[in-house]
Design a protein around this ligand. Sequence first.
Ligand SMILES: O=P(O)(O)OC[C@H]1O[C@@](CO)(OP(=O)(O)O)[C@@H](O)[C@@H]1O
Length: 426
Amino acid sequence: MNSNTRIACVMVGLPARGKTYIAQKVCRYLQWLSVSTKVFNVGNYRRKLHGAHQMHSFFDPHNTEGEIARKEAALEALKDMIKWFLEEDGTVAIFDATNSTRERRCMIIDYCKKYDVQVMFIESICQDESLILQNIMDVKLSSPDYKDMDPEKAAEDFRARISHYEEAYETLNEMKNESDYTYAKLINVGSQVMINMIQGYLQSRIVYYLMNLHILPRNIFFSRHGESVYNLEGKIGGDSKLSPRGRKYALALPELIKANLGDQPLTVWTSTLKRTIETAKHLQYPKLQWKALDELDAGVCDGMTYEEIEAKYPEDYFNRDEDKFNYRYRGGESYRDVVYRLEPVIMELERQQNILIIGHQAILRCIYGYFQKLSQDDLPYVKIPLHTVIKLTPKAYTCQEERYKIDIDAVDTHRPKPKRPTDVSN
Ligand SMILES: O=P(O)(O)OC[C@H]1O[C@@](CO)(OP(=O)(O)O)[C@@H](O)[C@@H]1O
C-alpha cells in the first residue's frame, strides 16, 4: 500500500439512511487494522457554529441563510479534515454529512484535489420505510438537536427536515457529470452494492467490507475453550486436551446457548486445536474449523510457563510487557500479526448472523476488541475468563454486552499489565 495514500470517504444520502452507522463501522474496521482513520461529522460542526437546536426550516433549500450556514459548517469540517491529513499523517477520513447535491459533491472534489486527496463517495439509499422510522426512533431523537424535546414533536420535525432534503436530493449519477467519480452505492444496506471507478488496495478493501455489512438483528457469542491441561499447568500455547473441569464446561455449554437462543439457527466456529474442538463437541449446530482462529503462536516459548519464559528470555519477557500489542515472540506472532490474520474472520462475521466462536484468549481479545473498540494498549489485557460466555448484540453505534459465567471452577490465566515505577520528575 502506498504510504502517501489519502482517501476521503464522503458519505451521500438523505437523513436517517444509516450514513453515520456505515461511517462508524468503516472507521472501526480500518482503525482495528492500524490504518489511521477519522470521522468528520458535519452535524457536529453545524451545532458548534450555529447552535444545537435548529428546527427544520434551517434545512429548507429555499432558506438562503440556512444554506449559507450549512455550507460554512461543511467547509470548516473540510478544512479540519485536510489539516488532519497533512499534520497528523491521516490515511482515511470519513466525511459524514448528506452531501446530497451535485454542487456540494463538486465542491468537495475540487477542494480535495488541491491536496492530492482521493475522494470515494459512499451513498446509502434506503427504501424500507420501517428501517428509516427505526433509525429516527433509535438514533435521531436522542441527538443533541432534539435534547429535551417531546419525542413526537421531534419526530415530526425530523420528518420535515427529511422532506427539505428530498426536495434538493440528487443521487450519484454517472449520466450527470459524475461518470468519473469513484463511488459505492449501497441500497438497503446488505442487499445491493453498485460501484464505479474503484481504484487501489484500500478502496477495494473498503468496498468489500461494505458489501459484507448488514443490519439484521443477531448475536455473536464468544467462549474460550474449557480449561485445558496446559491451562492447569500454567503453560502457554501447545495443543493439549481439556482438563476434567474443561470437559464439564463442554457438557454444560449447550444448555446455556439454548437458553439464550431458543430455536434460532447458529453456527459454531472453532480453531483447529484440540481444546476448542473438544469444547464444541456436544453442541448440535453446524460447525466450522478455522486455522485463522488458532491461538497466538508463542514461537520458541510455546509450551513454557510465564515463569520459565521470564527466567530463560528475561529481555523478551520485559519487552512484551512494554508493548504487548507489537511484541512478537521469537519465531512466533504478535497481537498485531494476529489482528491481520483475523481480518477474513471479521469480514465473514459481518456477513453472518448468529455465530458462536469457541476460541483462545489472545484470539478472542482481538475479535472482542474490534467490536468493543478497544485501543491497541488495552486489547491485549482485556479479561476473557475461562468458563464464561460473552454475548454481544450489535446496536446502532454500540454493542450490548452480557457475560454468563458457568459455575465450574477454572484457573485464572489473566496476567494484568505490570505497574512500572513512574518517572518522578521535579
Ligand atoms: O497474550 P497472553 O496474555 O499471554 O495470552 C495468550 C495466552 O493465553 C493462553 C493461556 O495462557 O491461551 P489458551 O488458554 O487458549 O491456550 C496461551 O495459550 C496463550 O499464549
